[in-house]
Design a protein around this ligand. Structure first.
Ligand code: NAD
Length: 202
């Protein structure tokens, strides 16, 4: 069982963004301020913050620095999470260039592709390797996480191969719902779903 639910992880990540960007000039913040901006119940915000072990002061609210660090600790930002990207196209290279990944402990070690024109090049300062190098590399450095950014038609085949190589966690940006063994965890990412939620609201 995971230590905290995905919903709580989601909310804590949003609180962290608020502290880091929106309220960075303030020294403290109240649960009401957070709740109002995120359209949440402030008692829920207080409960989430209590999980991080930070106590609010009656009048002063929560100290921003302390709360930010407590959320980072709860969500394991400092733990290094090594990952490979498979598919060094538009999205794969955009992700490897995302500078904030490192703040969350996400460390892209290399990209993989099957396009001979890309193999041997670099993206975001990381090597693009031939996909058939994956097995050896996983055996050597035991990486269990991949970000999948290949075209839909290649998604299942690449997944089968990656699983055979020992991959256990797949952050799947393709629109394909992947078939994997039970021991493998797939997180499906779909920005279109966010747009549809917004559109539905409109
Ligand atoms: P792209 O064509 O620019 O890149 C795909 C890369 O995968 C290319 O470099 C290609 O050479 C490589 N590739 C193809 N077959 C391969 C194989 N068998 N083994 C290894 N590499 C292979 O595509 P893109 O625009 O970067 O999109 C990538 C994926 O992400 C697509 O599935 C797309 O639908 C999806 N996508 C998802 C979202 C989202 O929100 N989840 C947003 C945009 C795109």
């Amino acid at each position: 069982m995971p230590a905290i639910s995905n919903k709580i992880i989601n909310r804590l990540t949003l609180y962290h963004c608020l502290l880091k960007y929106t309220f960075k000039e303030q020294r403290s913040i109240s649960s009401f301020e957070i709740a109002e901006l995120l359209d949440l119940d402030d008692s829920l915000v207080r409960k989430d913050i209590a999980l991080c072990g930070v106590l609010g002061r009656k009048k002063g609210g929560y100290p921003i620095n302390e709360l930010q660090q407590a959320i980072e600790q709860k969500l394991g930002f400092a733990e290094r999470k090594e990952v490979f990207i498979i598919g060094a196209g538009n999205l794969g290279t955009a992700l490897v260039n995302y500078a904030d990944f490192k703040d969350y402990g996400i460390d892209v070690l290399a990209l993989f592709d099957n396009d001979s024109a890309k193999i041997g090049q670099e993206a975001g300062g990381k090597k693009i390797l031939a996909l058939d190098k994956l097995q050896n590399l996983i055996a050597k450095i035991s990486i269990k996480n991949i970000i999948l950014t290949v075209p839909p038609q290649a998604a299942q085949e690449v997944t089968d191969y990656a699983v055979k190589c020992g991959v256990q966690f797949i952050w799947n940006f393709t629109p394909v719902i992947l078939k994997t063994p039970k021991a493998v965890t797939v997180y499906n990412e779909n920005i279109v779903s966010s747009f549809l939620q917004m559109h539905n609201f409109i």
